[in-house]
Write a protein that binds this ligand. Structure first.
Ligand SMILES: N=CN[C@@H](CCC(=O)O)C(=O)O
Ligand SMILES: [Mn+2]
Ligand SMILES: [Mn+2]
Length: 315
């Protein structure tokens, strides 16, 4: 670009405060050398969604939303300006072959974990189907995995009606012997959003289910402390799966399956903060954000904020 004062590439911000670093500036593309800290992997797939979903666009928008935050935490009086978030990029889906796409997700995440043994990946969906691939890769790389799933839904649907979808990831993992039911803890399950046969399936398979009433009565922090205590002696790592529709529709307009009576954004933020302080937590995904349904990128922005909270307490 020729050097003319005040003439900048269109992609540059129009205003730059010299005293402030934007969180988006922490993203550095992976250079092939084993990375440490938090790493982003995009899993842009939503053709597997039961409802119409543009969640495949979320990794791009969530990364962009990191630019709407600074790197300074007033609560911790800590500036993350010198921290690196390694960006592994997005996994390329096959255009029509969903099985092939899911295999690619397993392969790529597994290879990233192999070549970066100390990385804490944050996998950006995509719809919730991507968790089946991602957790499978974790199991292959790290051994038995415990899961803490924030969700309004069980995601234990049968595989006969529609094959592997965003309604089936945890059923697939249990039936494929990738996880045990007793190592799955679901938080935020809501009324009139599930079927009785799936709540029964959860009971029969030893899955721990904390409904919204329990979240409201006991508080997220207490449930998570209990969950981590239960899991950590039984598995070699804990994986956190955040389906953003666990939030009340008021906080997450950009999810396909929104509804009332869900968690507040603050409850989810505090939950993620607590989990990021637990050394057994080795990875997280954020799924079900559809930027095409969102209002002013509220849901993507909250997803980006969760990444920063995770980073804050991990670095
Ligand atoms: N992960 C989401 N699962 C929900 C919503 C599915 C949808 O409507 O797209 C479920 O199975 O009910
Ligand atoms: Mn859900
Ligand atoms: Mn889900």
């Amino acid at each position: 670009m020729p050097d003319i004062r005040y003439l900048l590439p269109a992609s540059e911000p129009k205003f730059k405060d010299s005293g402030i670093t934007k969180a988006g500036e922490l993203l550095k593309a992976w250079n092939g050398i084993p990375a440490t800290g938090i790493g982003l992997i995009g899993a842009p797939l939503s053709k597997t969604s039961i409802s119409h979903s543009g969640a495949a666009l979320a990794p791009e928008v969530i990364r962009k939303m990191l630019h709407s935050f600074t790197t300074y935490s007033v609560e911790m009086d800590k500036d993350l300006e010198s921290v690196v978030i390694t960006d592994f990029g997005d996994i390329t889906p096959h255009v029509t072959d969903l099985k092939e796409t899911q295999n690619r997700f397993v392969q790529v995440i597994q290879e990233v974990l192999e070549r970066n043994p100390d990385i804490i990946p944050v996998i950006l969906g995509g719809d919730h189907s991507i968790s089946a691939s991602s957790i499978k890769a974790f199991r292959k790389n790290k051994g038995p995995v415990g899961i803490i799933q924030f969700d309004a839904h069980h995601d234990l649907r049968n595989l006969v009606d529609g094959g592997p979808s965003n309604g089936t990831p945890f059923r697939q993992l249990i039936e494929g012997n990738d996880i045990k039911g007793e190592h799955l803890i679901q938080i935020g399950i809501r009324d009139f959003s599930n079927g009785i046969m799936y709540t029964n399936y959860a009971k029969e398979n030893g899955i721990t289910v904390y409904s919204m009433n329990e979240v409201n009565r006991l508080g997220v922090r207490r449930l998570l402390e209990e969950s981590v205590r239960t899991l950590k002696s039984k598995v070699s790592c804990i994986y956190v799966s955040v389906d953003m529709d666990v939030l009340d529709q008021a906080f997450a307009p950009g999810c396909p399956a929104i509804g009332p009576g869900g968690m507040t954004s603050d409850e989810l933020i505090q939950g993620v903060q607590y989990l990021s302080t637990c050394p057994d937590v080795k990875g997280m995904d954020i799924v079900e954000v559809d930027p095409t349904l969102d209002f002013r990128d509220m849901t993507s922005r909250l997803a980006a904020f969760l990444i920063l909270q995770f980073l804050l307490y991990r670095s």
